[in-house]
Design a protein around this ligand. Structure first.
Ligand code: PLP
Length: 381
């Protein structure tokens, strides 16, 4: 038998897998499943980006690139970051196959056995897995009592972090809650990070999916530039999930350590995809705005539908998720909802918050209405 490494034995397979397996199983039987479990925009990638990718392929951009990314894209990214108030240089940017890889490289670069990572629950599932894979220990702050906002939870966060904290992960707009943290919340994070000399990951992958509010970049706050790893990517803003393109920005000393992992693992992100990324950053504002407006309408419609059934859902100002309060045993609720109502959602416990089901509203208004009707008909709402 195999003698598996402790690091893989420490982690569980993605909790969303059970749901998507079940959804596929039902679909194979001919059942029409409303799948609200997936975290991806339902729009096609904007045409100008597809064309730029095709042109790049035709032009022969099919070989390896410099490990950290093609200069044009790193320049476009650092310019974008400077626009967000971050003192960024192209040399501090690593272009990765997806934001997930950027996060993975950051955890591997910073976390040693026993190092403490602080998360705010509910937290995106992979932060826990990445911590465990790196050998770190978790310390979690619960935002559920505060309607998932960070500002009212700052005292709890202050109680959780200490000089022993190596890394704090901030994700705003948040997956799975959609919450956008306030400026005061970011200032609170800054004060704690500076006081305790903590490195902070700011996962800003949903930065451009906000409704009527702006999401500032944490690294732009005084004192944060030298201790923040900014994560972003193209999946959510430009509907490019399958292209696999993201990046990290970090102080040069950190970026150059992460670059070693990068070069010895993925080598580089896909060449022609990086060219498409330049087009995305430079010429896609209208499509981004259109998608964002569509998400906003769906969010409002869905919240109204829930309210019509006396379900009060904390509605965030970003991303395309909401956490629906369900039975204490959220896993059974989700299993039942897919089995009986054929509506797929993800149990909140997968994110550290039992009692909720995460709903992705990156689906058409018709499908969202259908989902609510079915949940009501089967007694789930
Ligand atoms: N961070 C968060 C919070 C996410 O929800 C996701 C995707 O679901 C990612 C990072 C990674 O996205 P990608 O690897 O597609 O860029």
């Amino acid at each position: 038998s195999f003698d598996f490494a402790a690091r893989v034995e420490r982690v569980e397979p993605s909790a969303t897998l059970a749901i998507s397996n079940k959804a596929s199983e039902l679909e194979a039987e001919g059942v029409d499943v409303v799948d609200l479990s997936v975290g991806e925009p339902d729009f096609p990638t904007p045409g100008n980006i597809v064309e730029a990718g095709q042109d790049a392929m035709d032009a022969g951009h099919t070989g390896y690139t410099p490990s950290n990314g093609i200069p044009r894209l790193r320049d476009a990214i650092s310019e974008k970051l400077r626009g967000d108030g971050i003192d960024a240089d192209s040399d501090e940017v690593i272009v990765t196959p997806g934001g997930k890889q950027a996060l993975f490289e950051t955890f591997q670069t910073l976390i040693d056995d026993g190092d403490e990572v602080v998360l705010m629950d509910p937290a995106w599932v992979s932060y826990e897995a990445m911590t465990k894979l790196a050998g770190g220990s978790l310390n979690r702050v619960d935002l559920a009592p505060y309607d998932f906002q960070l500002e009212p939870a700052l005292d709890d966060l202050a109680a959780a972090v200490s000089d022993d904290t190596e890394l704090l992960v901030v994700n705003s707009p948040s997956n799975p809650t959609g919450a956008v943290y306030t400026e005061a919340a970011f200032e609170g994070v800054r004060d704690l990070a500076v006081d305790h000399d903590i490195t902070v990951i700011s996962d800003e992958i949903y930065q451009r999916v906000t409704y009527g509010v702006d999401q500032p970049s944490l690294a732009a706050f005084d004192g944060m530039g030298e201790r923040t790893v900014t994560i972003n990517g193209f999946s959510k803003a430009y509907s490019m999930t399958g292209w696999r393109l993201g990046y990290l920005h970090a102080p040069e000393a950190l970026a150059s350590q992460a670059a070693k992992l990068h070069s010895h693992s993925v080598s580089c992100a896909v060449n022609f995809v990086q060219h498409a990324g330049v087009e995305a950053i430079e010429n896609t504002d209208d499509a981004v705005t259109e998608m964002r407006d569509a998400f906003r309408e769906r969010r409002d419609m869905l919240a109204d539908l829930f309210a019509g059934h006396d379900v009060d859902v904390p509605v965030g100002d970003g991303a395309f998720y909401m956490m629906l309060p369900v039975a204490a045993d959220d896993q059974s609720w989700c299993a039942g909802a897919i089995e009986d109502a054929h509506v797929a959602t993800v149990p909140g416990s997968a994110f550290g918050s039992p009692g909720y089901a995460r709903i992705s509203y990156a689906a058409s208004e018709d499908r969202l209405r259908e989902a609510v009707d079915r949940l009501v008909a089967e007694g789930y709402l």
